[in-house]
Design a binder for this molecule. Structure first.
Ligand code: KG4
Ligand code: ZN
Length: 354
């Protein structure tokens, strides 16, 4: 039995038109495929690559090999879960960039071949735009932001504050000058001897710790930009100093250290977000990207909606870390506007939004 979508509120949507998008995401270390029926997710399959854990970070060569192994079964599973035959697909959407070139090439080559074989449009998607537009996936009891709104995109590769005027009218107001916030989490975790990716583990240990136990300095950066490299260095010196005095320091204080690191990172993010709200007068704030799965960030934003009168938009966990459903919603929006790519399109490791 096929799932039929009801017409939605997205402008230009043709009443009763049912569009099936197969989306493919392979920008880093997750191979993902999703099927969307208009703006609803029918399936969203993610194969995470465990191989990088033992190396303490993503190894690009291993990532592209794993994508090659995963892509066919992941796409097959996404189609099967959606109960959709490939001949029903209206278009193929894929991540063009930014990301690791070898990883992007696997997804883009697959998407191009499939689109060519099925004679359906091919649609390129910007990964960070997708993290933002994931908020427009139709979900029960989930309100969508109205334009304009501010987006805080926080991932393993990016940290940006974006003014979103329309689906495809976005302006980066500020961004990190060095490490991304996800790297700050992962590199701090590595210093504590935790495996990659350490962000979720810091989050987990932080729940039992005192966020004020160990104060770390916050950087002074102009405008709405961020910097996280100084934090990493101060954590390194702090750990070296304390383990010299007590070799078991990390083990004894892991929860407090994690809570303090997370508290400092959230403080850095919130300071700039508050500044962005003040400067733009826009009180609608959406978060996106892997780090938006962090429970501390989610709780802080929820509190801001009560105390500062912000309207906040926090994605479901499934749409925080890399996933193809977010690529699919952009594919759908572009399909409505006939924004297709041709077969000459090539992946871009560095890909400016806009
Ligand atoms: O968006 P994403 O899946 O991939 C990139 O586009 O980079 O983000 C991955 C990042 C990693 O740095 C990971 O440690 C971080 O998101 N992350 C978290 C949490 N879950 C994922 N960081 C802090 N707390 C979490 N719960
Ligand atoms: Zn991402």
């Amino acid at each position: 039995m096929f799932y039929l979508c009801t017409p939605n509120c997205i402008p230009n949507a043709v009443e009763n038109q049912t569009i099936y998008i197969l989306a493919i995401e392979s920008s880093c270390d997750d191979t993902s495929a999703a099927v969307l029926c208009n703006d609803r997710t029918l399936s969203n399959v993610v194969a995470s690559q465990k191989i990088h854990e033992e190396y303490g970070g993503v190894v690009p060569e291993l990532a592209s090999r794993a994508h090659q192994q995963n892509i066919v079964p992941v796409v097959d599973r996404a189609l099967a879960k959606a109960n959709i035959d490939k001949n029903q697909l209206s278009a193929i959407a894929f991540t063009r960039g930014p990301g690791l070139l070898g990883s992007l090439m696997v997804g883009s080559s697959f998407a191009k071949s499939l689109a060519l074989g099925l004679k359906v449009p091919l649609i390129e998607v910007h990964h960070m735009q997708a993290h933002i537009l994931a908020h427009f996936i139709q979900e029960e009891n989930q309100e969508k932001p109205t334009f304009p709104f501010l987006a805080l995109t926080i991932s393993g590769g990016h940290t940006q504050i974006v003014m979103v005027r329309d689906y495809f009218d976005m302006e980066v107001l500020g961004e990190t000058l060095d490490d991304a916030v996800g790297e700050a989490f992962d590199k701090s975790a590595k210093l504590l001897g935790l495996p990659y990716p350490g962000g979720p583990l810091i989050d987990r240990y932080a729940r039992e710790g005192n966020p004020e136990a160990f104060p770390f300095p916050r950087p002074k950066v102009d405008g709405l930009n961020f910097s996280f490299s100084g934090l990493k260095t101060s954590i390194l010196y702090f750990i070296q100093r304390e383990t010299k005095k007590d070799p078991d320091f990390i083990e004894k204080h892991l929860a407090d250290i994690c809570a303090s690191i997370q508290h400092t990172i959230i403080g850095i993010l919130m300071e700039k977000l508050e500044q962005a709200v003040r400067e733009t007068g826009i009180k609608k704030v959406a978060i996106g990207g892997g780090v938006s799965a962090n429970s501390g960030i989610r709780a802080t934003l929820e509190k801001a909606s009560e105390t500062a009168g912000w309207q906040t938009f926090i994605p479901r966990f499934e749409y925080c870390t890399d996933n193809a459903a977010m690529i699919g919603i952009v594919g759908y929006l572009k399909y409505l506007n006939h924004q297709y790519s041709d077969q000459h399109v090539s992946p871009k490791a560095r890909f400016v939004m806009g």
